[in-house]
Ligand binder design. Structure first.
Ligand SMILES: NC(=O)c1ccc[n+]([C@@H]2O[C@H](COP(=O)([O-])OP(=O)(O)OC[C@H]3O[C@@H](n4cnc5c(N)ncnc54)[C@H](O)[C@@H]3O)[C@@H](O)[C@H]2O)c1
Length: 320
């Protein structure tokens, strides 16, 4: 019998699969405090992991643990050095976690480019006829604007198709992806991030957070950008320097931002972005669609079952 810890609740569709397996039992853990994880995790052979930080202090207590199945694809909440040294495998939901985030990026771009609910509110406030006098200097067409996609993995590849559908010109910065691949998707590979930022109208980030990408976009980079440019981040907080972003928006260095992810989540009450009217916010919710959450739950659970039944697809295992 394999004992599985479900760390943070997931959609019931995945749990139904476990309910029908005789050789698996599970417990859902919703108290994600370090104290509770230290106490509970040593019981498990494998865990699924949504939110919750799994550091080396917790892991060193888990002598039975063979596998961590992430509900998602980012794994900056796991001590990867420790699991690598101790041969604990890390699995990700590589099939189900890119469509909704790519759509969320488009939602943010379109909302910002079309005035973030401006029209909805004037109709509701009985000001329909005044629309003709609205200041729409900041409403734009996407047609022939330059988008720079930073990180051309699963999300980047889904996003480019949507961008081309809107006639955006797509530049891609990803030092690890071959130019031919980017071309085959209809994009132009750029080799210098800073050079490319100078002509960018829309910057969208879809890359992992690690020591090389931390604060990749700071004031220095924003100062290179056009005054009308916008930045969308659905990847991870901390890849953009939040204080610099707030400063750049307040000082009209760039125009607007769409932010789904924060360096500290939930963000602290005094995080200046929460009161900045030039930011469209969402609560780390780029995957929050019915389809995506159901599919991620199913894939997370199937991954852990496949691992123990020795039929896990190699594409699901993160090579560390
Ligand atoms: N907001 C959300 O709910 C949400 C959902 C899914 C993923 N994410 C985040 O988005 C990130 C990307 O997801 P994905 O599935 O596309 O990942 P992926 O691993 O398929 O692709 C990431 C890409 O980033 C590239 N990259 C790495 N370092 C880079 C650098 N310094 N500069 C430019 N490119 C770099 C890699 O070469 C890779 O092609 C994940 O790491 C995750 O943290 C967030």
């Amino acid at each position: 019998m394999y004992n599985i810890g479900i760390i943070d609740k997931i959609n019931p569709k995945g749990l139904e699969i476990l309910d029908n397996k005789d050789n698996f039992k599970y417990e859902i853990i919703t108290d994600l405090s370090t104290e509770n994880l230290l106490k509970k995790l040593p019981e498990f052979d494998g865990i699924t992991l949504r939110r919750g930080k799994i550091d080396s202090k917790i892991l060193s207590n888990c002598k039975k643990l063979k596998v961590i199945s992430r509900h998602g694809v980012g794994y900056d909440n796991v001590d990867v050095d420790y699991i690598k040294q101790n041969n604990i495998k890390l699995l990700v939901t590589d099939s189900s976690t890119s469509t909704s985030p790519a759509e969320h990026i488009m939602y943010m771009i379109l909302s910002i480019y079309k005035g973030v609910n401006m029209f909805d509110s004037i109709v509701r406030n009985g000001k329909f006829a005044d629309a003709i006098n609205l200041d729409i200097k900041e409403n734009f067409e996407l047609y022939k604007k330059n988008i720079l996609i930073v990180g051309f993995g699963r999300i980047g590849k889904k996003l480019i198709k949507k961008c081309l559908g809107f006639d955006l010109i797509v530049n891609v910065f990803d030092p690890f992806v071959d130019e031919k691949i980017i071309k085959s998707f209809g994009g132009n590979k750029v080799s210098s991030l800073s050079e490319s930022l100078k002509t960018t109208d829309i910057l969208s980030l879809s890359l992992p957070k690690n020591k090389d990408t931390y604060n990749l976009i700071s004031l220095k980079e924003m100062k290179l950008m056009k005054k009308n440019s916008i930045i969308i981040n659905v990847s991870r907080g901390g890849i953009i320097n939040e204080k610099d972003l707030n400063f750049a928006l307040d000082n009209k260095i760039i125009s607007y931002a769409g932010i789904d992810v924060f360096e500290k989540e939930p963000p602290e009450k005094n995080n200046p972005l929460l009161s900045n009217k030039r930011v469209l916010l969402s609560p780390h919710a780029a995957t929050f669609t019915r389809e995506c959450l159901e599919n991620m739950s199913i894939e997370t659970v199937n991954n852990i079952i496949d691992f123990f039944e020795k039929k896990i697809d190699k594409s699901k295992i993160v090579s560390l």
